[in-house]
Design a protein around this ligand. Structure first.
Ligand code: PLP
Length: 396
């Protein structure tokens, strides 16, 4: 008997970075020297005091369910951290502890998405936004991010796309895959303009908030009091504390949305595993020197990779202002993004992700994650330079 799946399952997309990772791993296992600049996770271990806190929690007997919204000391630590870094006061009752940043976006999108609704999202952007929007039956409305503006957007253009059907706008700064940062002036304009559209909620994905460069402070949408009753903040531990495998994130919800989010959590995962929550407290309240060290290393690599990419024939790369991604324009190679991704994996042994994996607006670009050693970055871009130079010579 053929199994009959729900029609809806055909509309769910995926994150192709995981497919590239699988291909790169298979090539490495066959003996090829592969440099992986495809995966978006810090190449550092979780700070040891955080690991110890989880081990202690297990030894102390934290083995059972916790409240669905997370243990109170963790939510209090989140509130203190938000006050410190974003200057915003939050009630611990509005904080939901979730298993990773992705869960917040899933909850926010399913809460607002249905046929007839429109949800705006950055393109190129984190692929799960568009995937889940489509899955809910809502219409995805792209906010194109352009190289000319450092992959930011014009608030006026965003506001002009709002219709009576618009339910949710997703903003991501600093951004994946571009490393772009939306200037505070543009956020000011967006927040002011949204006054005229009280039917629109906003989800601000600020998972890279702590990874900002050139001394520019992170501008958070949580800092706009007028938006608070319709703003969902997404953040977590994955990137800041090198904790991608722990699955720990948090969201801040407007009071009127919180019960819906909590109900989704109860239906979905009950709670985040207890020892991880205790580790999360240690991460937020303990020494931050490991975070500073990682960010310093990312900054150094950022400068090296951008300079090297700009020396590759056919490549042109703007300086990213946040996160740990470079997003060079590869139009000068005469090839499409997917072809360049495959060419440099096969010929140069370097894993990257085609810009088109992040939406149609990503054509002509490739994402490099520079969460790798300087030595590997230099080796990788050198090899890509050689492949591209040889191609240029051959094509005359
Ligand atoms: C912009 C953005 N948001 C959210 C996430 C998800 O983070 P997590 O691994 O905590 O689910 C990622 C991960 O790559 C991301 O790049």
């Amino acid at each position: 008997m053929t199994l009959r799946l729900a029609e809806k399952m055909n509309t769910l997309g995926t994150e192709t970075a995981f497919e590239v990772l699988a291909r790169a791993t298979a090539l490495a296992q066959s003996g090829r020297d592969i440099v992986n600049l495809g995966i978006g996770q810090p190449d550092f271990p979780t700070p040891p005091h955080v690991v110890e806190a989880a081990i202690k929690a297990l030894r102390d007997g934290h083995h059972g369910y916790t409240p669905a919204n997370g243990i109170l000391p963790l939510r209090e630590a989140v509130v203190a951290d938000i006050l410190k870094w974003r200057g915003a006061k939050v009630d611990p009752a509005d904080v939901l502890i979730v298993p990773g940043g992705k869960v917040t976006m899933f909850f926010a999108i399913v809460m607002f998405g249905e046929p007839g609704a429109e949800i705006m999202y950055p393109n190129p952007g984190f692929p799960i936004y568009e995937s889940v929007i489509r899955w809910t039956g809502a219409t995805p409305v792209p906010i194109p991010l352009k190289e000319a503006t450092g992959f930011s957007f014009s608030a006026d253009e965003v506001l002009a796309k709002i219709t009576p059907r618009t339910r949710l706008i997703i903003i991501n700064s600093p951004a994946n895959p571009t490393g772009g940062v939306v200037p505070k002036s543009e956020l000011d304009k967006l927040a002011a303009g949204l006054d005229r559209h009280p039917h629109v909620a906003v989800m601000s994905d600020e998972i890279y908030a702590r990874i900002c460069y050139d001394g520019e402070p992170h501008a958070s949408l949580l800092a706009y009091p007028a938006l608070r009753d319709r703003l969902i903040l997404l953040d977590g531990w994955s990137k800041t504390y090198a904790m991608t495998g722990w699955r720990l994130g948090y969201s801040v919800w407007p009071k009127r949305l919180f019960p819906h989010a909590e109900r989704l959590a109860v239906n979905c995962h009950s709670c985040v595993n207890a020892p991880t929550q205790w580790a999360g407290i240690a991460a937020l309240t303990g020494p931050q020197d490991a975070v500073d060290k990682m960010n310093k290393a990312f900054d150094e690599r950022r400068k090296v990779i951008v300079a090297s990419l700009n020396a590759v024939p056919g490549f042109r790369c703007v300086m990213p202002k946040g996160a740990f991604y470079a997003f060079p324009n590869i139009a000068g190679t005469g090839l499409g993004a997917k072809d360049v991704q495959n060419l440099i994996l096969d010929k140069a042994g370097v894993a990257t992700v085609a810009g088109t994996s992040f939406g149609a607006e990503g054509e002509g670009y490739i994402r490099f994650s520079y969460a790798n050693s300087l030595e590997n970055i230099r080796k990788a871009i050198d090899r890509i330079g050689q492949v591209m130079a040889e191609r240029n010579v051959r094509s005359g």
